[in-house]
Design a protein around this ligand. Structure first.
Ligand code: ZN
Length: 278
């Protein structure tokens, strides 16, 4: 099968899943954005394999998202570990300086939510800035791409990154390959967009007032990566390019607002918690 044909078939399949029941979105759907840490990057050299950003600095945000639906709550990404809040100077790892000023669990508590009351958990991918507090939600149904599950619980990756998510290995689970319709009404859809990791995903939320929103995970790590078509030096290059082509087609089809999760301006333009989009 040639390459173009494969893209068309893959895209066609994904979009047909996405289009199912698209009119059935619920007006009670809400999207909350919570602070789950920040990064100061002293040198952006790892953010492109082709040298565009060498020696430059970047401030990155690192939000977590709560989607509230009449059928339950979905937590999308769990941020850096809440334990970071107790470290006044944060944590430095190479060029990365991570800090956090407020705990995810305290933000959920402001909505009257205990961790064991969250019904569904999904991670854009398993990296520790997205999975830091995942063990707190081990009683939720974990929705995960099959390839990401294999990756995150492989011996090597589990020993690198697994501290925050180890308990998910045996959690209640729903696995998927292409896409998963979380509430079975077309309003909230997890879509596979691999490349940053083997089973990375993005989240589509179809809100009544705010319109369609796409949360990128780390398909793009900052705004210039989308404009300049750069990617993290550790990405699988071709797989990422294929995912981005699929993603941009989806943006057009849905007329979606794109939220690059680590991008400061995108975060700043979202309602400040506990305000929400609906
Ligand atoms: Zn990240």
């Amino acid at each position: 099968m040639n390459y173009i044909k494969l893209i068309v078939i893959t895209l066609g399949f994904s979009l047909s899943v996405l289009l199912a029941d698209r009119a059935l979105g619920d007006s009670d759907l809400k999207l909350y954005t919570m602070e789950c840490g920040t990064f100061d990057v002293a040198d952006m050299k790892d953010l492109s394999g082709t040298g565009e950003y060498d020696g430059q600095q970047l401030e990155m945000v690192n939000p977590c998202f709560l989607v509230r639906h009449p059928k339950g709550d979905l937590l999308w990404d769990t941020g850096l570990s809440d334990s970071l809040v107790d470290k006044v100077d944060g944590e430095v790892s190479g060029v990365w300086h991570a800090k956090s000023r407020i705990k995810l669990l305290d933000q959920l508590a402001r909505l009257g939510l205990a961790p064991n009351e969250i019904e569904y958990l999904s991670l854009s991918h398993a990296h520790p800035d997205h999975s830091g507090n995942a063990n707190s939600f081990a009683s939720a149904t974990f929705i995960v791409n099959e390839l990401e599950y294999k990756y995150m619980f492989s011996e090597q990756i589990k020993s690198y990154f697994g501290d925050g998510y180890s308990q998910l290995e045996t959690a209640k689970m729903v696995t998927f390959t292409e896409a998963h319709d979380v509430f079975d009404d077309g309003s909230v859809i997890i879509q596979s967009m691999p490349g940053h990791t083997p089973g990375s995903s993005v989240l589509l939320i179809r809100l009544q007032e705010a319109g369609n929103i796409l949360l990128t995970g780390d398909l793009y790590v900052h705004a210039r990566a989308r404009k300049l078509k750069t990617m993290h030096r550790y990405n699988d290059r071709q797989v990422t390019l294929d995912s981005r082509e699929k993603f941009e087609a989806l943006v057009k089809l849905e007329g979606a607002r794109v939220i690059i999760q680590h991008e400061r301006d995108d975060f700043a333009n979202l309602p400040q918690f506990p305000a929400f989009l609906d």
